[in-house]
Each structure stands twice: as structure tokens, then as C-alpha cells.
Design a protein. Structure first.
Ligand code: PRX
Length: 636
């Protein structure tokens, strides 16, 4: 990889051109350097987007944890791998060295084997941001088991559906979790979920909060008890490059969440390569990504990418507002963080608070700032640049997705000149294209269209667990021979990309991907509800918030509207989680529909955004009269 630690723009273009001219040689060269393969590949790439089928480094054999752990023992045994900062600043931090992490992962892996986990088994992990989360992920990978991490803010119903979708046979959870001043009873949520998960044979519980929990006999076990008998060396199970490493669920515009399947060799190569280049990580740097490992950002850029590079990666259990709004900056100062990677929604929330919170801390260690998950607005970008970066640190606005596995479009710090709100240029090896509504590629600059990728890259998801057809329909059917991202983008005069947002019914709220369909399904379960439609509207902290238009079965019901609003949001919290709650609920007498019965969300979006100047053509509606009524009663 040393060849591709890009240092200036000219070098970027040289490497980029090479990567497009001969992608297979490009990736082969990267894969050959630094990684530990137990057997080299027979073929770099096999692909056919029509099927679709993508295989990288076929025939190669490896274990990703040997690359993230064992490989560093000779030179970095005593270097901190994970720097764990607890929720409460009074609690002692943990500096886990590579040697210790190797031992703890091995021990955990032996324990999983003792508990009956074998190569290929799916293990659900539902843990807060504590070291055991990273350790259990790596322990699964150590023995070739497939981890399926579910963000510990999801409800029991959401957890159960993810467990059942991929037939997990074990879950790893904790007694509880800390978030700021709150303690959350995670174990109770798991107990409720497991009532509906017949496939789960064992529930391993990590002790974190000391909450009183009920341990069900022959199902629930304390991790610390089981670990007591496990050895701290564990041979790595050697897997094929294309064996699955993990499943991670993401929302779709329709139907249930999609279990994106990532495989081992390509994912390792790409996350390591992108981490190194996008963050320009150097040996003694302290890198911090504030995401939760329950999302792809945490998988790729807290765990695998940093550890594959022998980096020190900070893991923070808490929230940016506890004990006060200076917590992020206090941590940056305390550990002399060099790379700081966060979400625009966090920046917007912190920018609302007094500047003292940031200014009283010494942030001079910082070299690179990053954002991910949603478009960053100009105001937030400038606040980040002025007050955190002191106009001295490049900001990498990184565009990518759960499905892409790694960062796709991003500036390379100190090489690519940045412009606020632009993710700028594709990483070498990534070939984006913009498409028009007729399925033609839009060439040239100063154009706008739908963002697609024309050529495979190593960390792309290979399928949706148990539903390859949906994988094809969602990503490969919109445009011939292209991966369709679901996003729109503009390409400016110099070829920089600016992501304009989703073009489907996925709404990004505080950087979280939410499909409208599951939320509508939850609402429609309420006995008083006839029909509902959810749209996003601009929100100054969350980026987007949710606006629900709901038709009731009996208009008389409208008398108890406030209670209904509460009940509906409670249903959403129970079915999905609090992140999917609606900010606004408008009860209507009908929803605007086409003659074929499809809800015209375009109109509802405009009303929710208070942008009713040009409503477009409403004459094709089945019930045009309802539009005026909705406008008159809009909550804007
Ligand atoms: O719409 C894009 C937005 O987030 C979507 C992917 O969400 P998810 O799979 O949850 O992954 C988030 C973390 C990688 C994309 O389709 N998105 C992500 N990054 C950016 C972005 N939109 C604009 N700018 C970004 N930098």
C-alpha cells in the first residue's frame, strides 16, 4: 500500500488514471503489499453485474484477524490498539494494546467455540460501545463465524426480525448500557426479542451496568464466567477470500431491512486502503471515529480499517452532550487525537452551543477532520473548519454506504483542495457515473444526475442475505451494467461530486438511514389508522426529520388527536426504535394518489418542506381536492 499513500493532487491523478486503465493490476498490487494471505488468489476479479456476481481475490485464503492483530505483534505489541473512553469521565479509560487485544480476542473466540459456534454460523451482537463489542466482532472473525451487529438503539421487534432474518444461533448482549445520564436495560429488550427467536440457543451477557437482570436457565450465560475457562491463544480459522465476514442490516425504501453481506478478502483490502489514504494515518497518530459500531462506519473505520493498519483507534461509549457539550473536545485534548471523524448532525448540534465548549480545549493535535453519513450544509462545514480545525485542517466529506463497505468519494487530505459540501473526487479504483432518466450516462462536467458506479470495487456487498433477487432489483436493475446508489449527485466544472441526497424513499435522519415503508407499517398497526405516508422535511440539527400524514378510519377519532400522536410514536419506538419517531403528525381526510393508487409523495414532501410555490402537475391525481385541505392544515 505504500505506493498508494497519496501525497499530492498530481499523484492522485496519476494513481487514479492507472486504477481505471487497469483495475485488476491496481488492486492486485495493493493486495500484495502488507497483508498476510495464507494462500494467494488464483484470480483477482470475476464479475458480471447482470447476474449480479462479484468475486475478488478468488482462491485466496486468509483470516482477517491475523491481519488486524497477529501481524502487528512483532512491531506493535505494546502499542495501544483500542483506547476506550467510558461514558462517565470519572471512570478509568482502558488502553488495550495489540498484545492484549490479541489475547482477549483469542480467549473470546475459544469461548465461542466452547459454546458451539462453528465456521459460517451467524452470531448476533447487540452491545453498547464497550471493548467487548470490538472483541466479539473480531472473535467471530477469528473462527470464521459471521457477525451480525444490531445497533443497540433498535427495539426488541427490530432486533428479533434481524436475528430471524439471518438465522442467528447466538446473541451477545450486555446487562445494560450507559448513555449520558441514562442507563438502558438492554437485557430486557433482548429478553423480549428472544420470545420470538426460536433459533437462538444461547444468550451471552456482558456485565456493564450491574443492572438486575433475569438469567434464563440453559439460555443465558455471563460472559465473564465463560471466559474464565478459555485459553488466550486461539489458532485463526483460515477462510476463503469470498467467505462472508459479516451481515449488516440497512433500510430499504420498501419491505424489511436488507441484510447486506460483506465478504472477507476484498473488504479487508479496501477498508485498509481507504483508511490509510482518507485519513493519512501515520504510525503515532491517534484516530477517533465517533460513530457507533452498530453502523457500517464503525465496522469499517473503528474496527477493521484502523486495526488492519496497526492504528490506535478511540472507542467512545458516551454522547457528545455529557457531562457537557465540550465532551468531544475534551477527549480530543486528552488523547491528542490527530484524525477526528464524525457526522454532520453532531456538528450541527454542537454548533448550537456556546463557543466556549470548544474554545477552552487545546485542539492543536488535530490534522484531519472528517464527516460521513449525510450531506453537510455549508454553515456546519464552516463552523467545523473555523472552530475545530482552526482553518488549518482539511475536512474530508466522505460519501459511501453500508453497501459499499468503504469510503468511495472523498478528498485526500493535503492533496485534494476542498470545497464545502463537496465530497470531491472518487478514490482511485472507484468509477462513478451520472445517469439521466433515460438510462444514458451523462458525460462531461457541470451536470447532475443519478449516481452509479460502473466497475466493481473490492468491498462492495455481494448479496442481500437470503434474497439475491432483491439485491439485483435494488442495485443492478435501474441501469444496465451499473451499481445504482439510490443517490443523486452533481459534478461541477472541475469534476468534483456533490451529493444531492436520496432519490428514493429512504430518508436520512441524523445520519441514520430510515426507509419509509417499515415506519408506515408500524403506524398502520394502530387500530385507528386507515393509511399513512411518511416524508422527510429539512431540520436544522437532524438534517431531515420525519413528517407523517395519517388518515384515520373514523373522523370522530380526531377528537383525541394528541393522544393518538403519542400512541403512534410509541408504536414506532416499539417496532423500530426512537430514532424513527415522527417530529410532526398531520391527520388528513385522504392522501393524494395517482389513478393507479400510488401515493404522490412528491406533493407531500413539498407541503412538509413549506415549498408549495410550484406543486407541479396535480391534474393526474385521483383526488386533487385533498391537496388543498392538506396544505391548509399543514404543520409548517
Ligand atoms: O444518501 C447517502 C448518505 O447516506 C447514505 C448511506 O447511508 P448508510 O448506508 O447508512 O451509510 C452511512 C455511512 C456510510 C448514502 O446513500 N451519505 C453518506 N455519506 C454522505 C451521504 N450524503 C452526502 N454526503 C456524504 N458524505
Amino acid at each position: 500500500m505504500s505506493n498508494y499513500h497519496i501525497k499530492h493532487l498530481e499523484e492522485y491523478w496519476q494513481v487514479y488514471r492507472k486504477s481505471v486503465r487497469n483495475p485488476e493490476d491496481f488492486w492486485e498490487e495493493i493486495a500484495e503489499e502488507h497483508f498476510l494471505w495464507r494462500k494467494k488468489w488464483d484470480k483477482v476479479l470475476t464479475w458480471d453485474f447482470k447476474k449480479p456476481e462479484v468475486k475478488w481475490f478468488e482462491g485466496a485464503k486468509l483470516n482477517i484477524t491475523e491481519n488486524c492483530l497477529d501481524r502487528h505483534l512483532a512491531t506493535r505489541a505494546d502499542k495501544t490498539a483500542i483506547l476506550f473512553e467510558p461514558n462517565d469521565p470519572g471512570e478509568k479509560a482502558q488502553h488495550i494494546t495489540y498484545k492484549e487485544l490479541h489475547a482477549r480476542v483469542s480467549q473470546f473466540a475459544n469461548m465461542l467455540k466452547d459454546q458451539g459456534i462453528q465456521q459460517g454460523d451467524r452470531v448476533c451482537i447487540y452491545l453498547p460501545m464497550i471493548p467487548e463489542l470490538a472483541i466479539s466482532i473480531l472473535a467471530c472473525a477469528r473462527i470464521g463465524a459471521v457477525h451480525s451487529v444490531v445497533f443497540a438503539g433498535f427495539s426488541a421487534t427490530a432486533l428479533a426480525s434481524r436475528i430471524n432474518d439471518c438465522d442467528c444461533k447466538m446473541i451477545i448482549c450486555s446487562d445494560g448500557s450507559y448513555r449520558g445520564t441514562k442507563t438502558i436495560d438492554l437485557k430486557n429488550i433482548v429478553d423480549e426479542a428472544l420470545d420470538n427467536c426460536a433459533g437462538i440457543k444461547k444468550n451471552l451477557v456482558v456485565k456493564r451496568t450491574g443492572n438486575q437482570v433475569n438469567m434464563r436457565k440453559d439460555r443465558d450465560y455471563w460472559v465473564e464466567d465463560l471466559l474464565a475457562n478459555a485459553a488466550t491463544t486461539c489458532p485463526a480459522t483460515i477462510v476463503d477470500a469470498e467467505d462472508p465476514l459479516f451481515i449488516l442490516y440497512t433500510s430499504g425504501s420498501t419491505g424489511k431491512p436488507k441484510g447486506m453481506v460483506h465478504t472477507t478478502g476484498g473488504y479487508m483490502v479496501y477498508t485498509a486502503y481507504s483508511f490509510k489514504n482518507v485519513f493519512q494515518y501515520k504510525e503515532n497518530d491517534v484516530y477517533w471515529c465517533t460513530a457507533d459500531i452498530g453502523w457500517i462506519t464503525g465496522h469499517s473505520y473503528i474496527v477493521y480499517g484502523p486495526l488492519a493498519n496497526g492504528a490506535t483507534t478511540v472507542m467512545f461509549e458516551g454522547v457528545p452532550s455529557y457531562p457537557d457539550y465540550g465532551r468531544f473536545w475534551e477527549i480530543v485534548e486528552k488523547y491528542k487525537v490527530t484524525q477526528f471523524y464524525t457526522a454532520p448532525t453532531a456538528i450541527r448540534a454542537l454548533a448550537k452551543e456556546h463557543l466556549d465548549f470548544v474554545e477552552k480545549h487545546d485542539l492543536s493535535s488535530l490534522k484531519v477532520l472528517g464527516t460521513v453519513g449525510e450531506p453537510i450544509n455549508e454553515e456546519a462545514w464552516h463552523w467545523y473548519n473555523d472552530h475545530v480545525g482552526k482553518k488549518n485542517n482539511p475536512i474530508v466529506d466522505t460519501w459511501w454506504q453500508t453497501e459499499t463497505g468503504g469510503i468511495m468519494i472523498s478528498p485526500i487530505p493535503y492533496s485534494t483542495p476542498t470545497i464545502p459540501t463537496f465530497a470531491t473526487l472518487p478514490l482511485p479504483g472507484i468509477q462513478p457515473a451520472l445517469m439521466d432518466e433515460h438510462g444514458q450516462e451523462i458525460k462531461g462536467n457541470q451536470v447532475e444526475g443519478r449516481l452509479t458506479i460502473k466497475f466493481p470495487w473490492p468491498s462492495m456487498a455481494r448479496t442481500i442475505y437470503g434474497n439475491h433477487e432483491r439485491y439485483r432489483d435494488t442495485y443492478f436493475s435501474a441501469y444496465d451494467n451499473m451499481y445504482f446508489t439510490g443517490d443523486g449527485a452533481r459534478r461541477d466544472a472541475v469534476g468534483y461530486y456533490r451529493i444531492t441526497g436520496r432519490v428514493d424513499d429512504v430518508i436520512i435522519v441524523s445520519g441514520h438511514n430510515l426507509g419509509t415503508a417499515p415506519i408506515e407499517d408500524a403506524i398502520n398497526e394502530h387500530p385507528a389508522v386507515a393509511e399513512s405516508a411518511i416524508v422527510g422535511f429539512p431540520h436544522d440539527i437532524k438534517g431531515n426529520a420525519l413528517y407523517g400524514y395519517i388518515t384515520l378510519k373514523e373522523t370522530g377519532e380526531s377528537r383525541r388527536q394528541d393522544n393518538l400522536r403519542k400512541e403512534i410514536n410509541q408504536l414506532i419506538t416499539d417496532r423500530i426504535g426512537p430514532i424513527a419517531k415522527l417530529d410532526k403528525i398531520q391527520f388528513t381526510n385522504g392522501l393524494p394518489k395517482t389513478r393507479s393508487g400510488k401515493i404522490m409523495r412528491r406533493i407531500l414532501r413539498k407541503i412538509a418542506s413549506n415549498d408549495t410555490g410550484n406543486m407541479g402537475d396535480t391534474s393526474t391525481l385521483l383526488n386533487p381536492e385533498v391537496v388543498q385541505e392538506i396544505m391548509d392544515n399543514a404543520l409548517v
